[in-house]
Design a protein around this ligand. Sequence first.
Ligand code: SF4
Length: 299
Amino acid sequence: MDKQEQVKQMTTIIADFVGHMAKVLPDDVQAKIKELAADEKNPLAKTIYETMKTNMKLAKELSRPSCQDTGVLQYWVKCGANYPLLGELEGILREATAIATQQTPLRHNVVETFDEYNTGKNIGTHAPYVMWDIVPDRDDVEIFPYMAGGGCSLPGSGKTLMPGEGYEGVAKFVLDLMTSYGLNACPPLLVGVGVATSIDTAALFSKKALMRPIGSHNPNEKAAYMEELLEDGINKLHLGPQGMGGDKSVMGVNIENGARHPSVISVAVNVGCWNHRRGHLIFDKDGHVQVLSHSGVNY
Ligand code: SF4
């Protein structure tokens, strides 16, 4: 396959996969919703979980998006330094987003800031936004597409804390945010927390944390313990599905962290809703693709 054909094929696959993501939730999210539904005791919450399960079933059967808000597309790309289409990738993701918008179809959500008009294609200035990691000594590329809905983006927040506030300050920030905004984001939530030096790095890590599978743990034991404590603490708010009250509030809490300046500690939160539409694909250098997030999807 020549380069031009490979670009075309990759664009078609990503456009199709983005459309699929809008209709079918990733395996880990589906499994967690089923687990929470089975454990729930509150009768209203149980009914809402049943509605969510019916929604997932019908969205797949009828081939329609599982939520009316199909979000603004974002992509986290972990690209091998030797991957042959590195230079073409941003263009491929942009084109795939426009195609997916038309063919799925996806709601038109991209409004140019300041000029305040809808582009009608879900592409615009820095949209879709691509977060890049270049990985040395690799010739493949991992792509995590994500649909950032309005409701689930709403609680997003960050703060650089005084050093004395420490990890207690981090926990307080996350819990305060969950008590004030958590229920706006269609719980049960996946809470992504970033901890680092400056606010931009913390914010980036909090979004990357949402790409980690539910049930995975931070490799640092202390960070993993904090994930557990925050999950318990947020669950004790008993937000329940759709914020209507119930036993639990979250599908999980994922923390991603980077080393920090000793004088500051920044924390940021990004939230995924129950309709957490993120995918994970790997393309090798020859264009063969593996879908890791959604079983049964092959190209
Ligand atoms: S928060 Fe999620 S489930 Fe709720 S409306 Fe937004 S995208 Fe849909």
